[in-house]
Design a protein around this ligand. Structure first.
Ligand SMILES: [Zn+2]
Length: 54
């Protein structure tokens, strides 16, 4: 059990279990792609902030 939302690609269902309760397939995190995207902009925002504030 994790506190992140996982997805079984086989069943196309969202779950909190690491292993799908229906097919026992390994579930994958749905977050990484979106987080990378957000982090990228967060990083540049931080850089910009530092540049303008100093
Ligand atoms: Zn499944």
């Amino acid at each position: 059990m994790t506190n992140q939302i996982l997805k079984c690609l086989k069943c196309d269902k969202y779950t909190l279990e690491e292993d799908c309760s229906i097919c026992s397939n390994k579930c994958v995190s749905t977050k990484p792609a979106k987080f990378r995207h957000d982090d990228k902009y967060g990083f540049y925002r931080l850089l910009y902030k530092k540049k303008t504030m100093n």
